[in-house]
Write a protein that binds this ligand. Structure first.
Ligand SMILES: [Zn+2]
Ligand SMILES: [Zn+2]
Length: 504
């Protein structure tokens, strides 16, 4: 077997709603790709089963999955009641009106199921439902789409033999499998559903295997082992916070595979040292008080990390208030323009760093005035005033003047306006105003900066350097997230058996 961790091939075929708790482990559906048709390439066996039915077939080699009836026939209805229910294994799949939701209950992650009961009145369009609601006094958030799940799947093997299934189906691939243009290869259990008129393919895997698929894509497969462990705990913790946001509740999976959630590419770069790092930190996540910590991370802070409220607004979290990645910055205020410029001009020590780390330490970029004009909406931009820098020196608010004037707020927006900069910790090298924060703009606007990403939480380059200098993974985490505790008791293993409560 390729991996140290046991791949959960023999999974319960009942109760595969989306996430699942089984044998004390949390299983997640992680999106891979969608389409009208999906090509599955593998040298081995594929077992396809209808979920909640005994129909199951074994295929050898490549197959094609095709959606044969679309579930685009969406109707709209009005919810008159939402009720927390105790799920019953198979019916949960049959009943489209059950929604699964992650909640934080008594200091643990739990899965809660809600049954939506609709009024006996349906509408062909959202507009029609809204019109009715306005006339009769229903609230707009009582309006929900009701997908008609009559979708079928056609499976065609290499000899042209076709079989039909009722969706959703589970698919088990014992060997290395590639789906269409998927960015990595996969092994294990997959779920195919019909979502918004397309086949949606996701990987059903436990959180340890999920973390092992994230770590090499987020910090590199060749990172020192303490940095890999640091990343494994951050990825696992961040996954739990992402689940609690329920951001993919209507998409038919729990987490996506891109930077929106965390990058996951199946077996890609998943080497023995990755599995070892995950296993050595098995089940460990970060808490602050009695809550899961928001374990955000980024590539390179550039010197100091940023506060969560500066990066995204929202209330300050005590463990995300910024730390000095370089000890010499401890007493230097990078929110002061002159200090920020001085620090950016320091030549970094690049010893032991990989090429992506070096590139994120110090960078420059030239943007044309016309690009800035297009991105900012300011006609003929001539001058920039830095209105506010954060703890990390990142620009949080600036004013651009030309024939018109715009205030640009937010580190991400500022990076975009200047053509997608690695971070908003930069200054204008060909403007006159060093120290004042007022820069005049040339035709070609040159900027110089440090860092990569939003700057909040764990700095990956800082973690790598600390690991190279002999820090252990827990020391690294406690440095970047001061005050957190490391715990393994974050999952309510009985979450599937919640007590029902009275209907509202
Ligand atoms: Zn996502
Ligand atoms: Zn750093």
């Amino acid at each position: 077997m390729k991996h140290l961790l046991v791949i959960g091939l023999l999974l319960l075929l009942s109760c595969l709603f989306s996430a699942e708790i089984k044998d004390g482990q949390l299983y997640l559906e992680v999106f891979i790709l969608n389409g009208q048709q999906i090509n599955v390439s593998t040298p081995g066996n594929i077992i396809i089963s209808e979920i909640g039915s005994p129909v199951s077939r074994n295929y050898q080699g490549n197959i094609t999955l095709q959606l044969v009836s679309k579930d685009t026939e969406v109707m709209w209805g009005l919810i008159n009641r939402t009720e927390v229910i105790v799920p019953d294994s198979v019916s949960i799949y049959a009943d489209e009106n059950i929604k699964e939701k992650f909640i934080w209950k008594d200091g643990k992650l739990a899965v809660q199921y809600e049954k939506l009961t609709f009024e006996d009145k349906y509408f062909p369009s959202q507009e029609a439902a809204e019109k009715y609601a306005a006339e009769t006094g229903y609230s707009l958030n009582q309006i929900k789409s009701i997908p008609i799940q009559n979708a079928g799947l056609k499976v065609k093997n290499g000899n042209g033999v076709e079989h039909f299934y009722q969706l959703p189906v589970s698919m088990i691939c014992h060997d290395t499998t590639v789906f269409d243009q998927s960015k990595g290869d996969y092994t294990g259990t997959f779920i195919v559903k019909a979502i918004q008129g397309k086949l949606s393919l996701s990987n059903l895997l436990d959180i340890e295997n999920y973390a092992a698929g994230v770590v090499p894509n987020e910090i590199g497969n060749l990172a020192p082992k303490e940095a890999l462990k640091t990343q494994a705990v951050a990825a696992r913790t961040h996954a739990v916070s992402l689940l609690l946001m329920n951001r993919h509740i209507n998409d038919g999976y729990d987490l996506c595979n891109s930077t929106h959630c965390q990058v996951h590419k199946g077996n890609f770069l998943r080497e023995p040292q990755i599995d070892k790092a995950v296993l050595d930190t098995k089940n460990i996540v970060m808490f602050y008080d009695d809550k899961i910590a928001d374990a955000v991370y980024h590539s390179n802070c550039g010197g100091k990390t940023e506060t969560n409220q500066n990066a995204w607004s929202g209330k300050p979290l005590p463990y995300l208030q910024g730390v000095a990645c370089y000890p010499e910055l401890d007493s230097i205020d990078l929110s002061i323009e002159r200090n920020a410029v001085n620090w950016i001009n320091q030549i970094p020590g690049l010893d032991g760093m990989s090429s992506w780390e070096k590139r994120s330490e110090l960078w420059d970029k030239t943007i044309s005035r016309s690009t800035l004009e297009m991105n900012s909406g300011v006609r003929n931009p001539r001058m920039v005033t830095i209105l506010r820098r954060g703890t990390s020196g990142r620009i949080l608010r600036m004013k651009i003047n030309g024939s018109t004037e715009e205030i640009i707020s937010g580190e991400f927006k500022i990076r975009q306006v200047f053509g997608g900069l690695p971070s908003s910790f930069f200054y204008f090298t060909n403007g006159a105003g060093t120290g004042t924060g007022i820069y005049s703009l040339a035709d070609n606007i040159s900027v110089k900066g440090k860092g990569f990403g939003h700057g909040v939480g764990l700095c990956q380059v800082g973690a790598l350097q600390r690991a190279r200098n002999g820090w252990t993974w827990d020391e690294i985490l406690e440095y970047y997230y001061p005050g957190i505790t490391l715990r393994t008791d974050w999952l309510d293993i009985n979450a599937m058996h919640l007590n029902g409560r009275d209907p509202e």
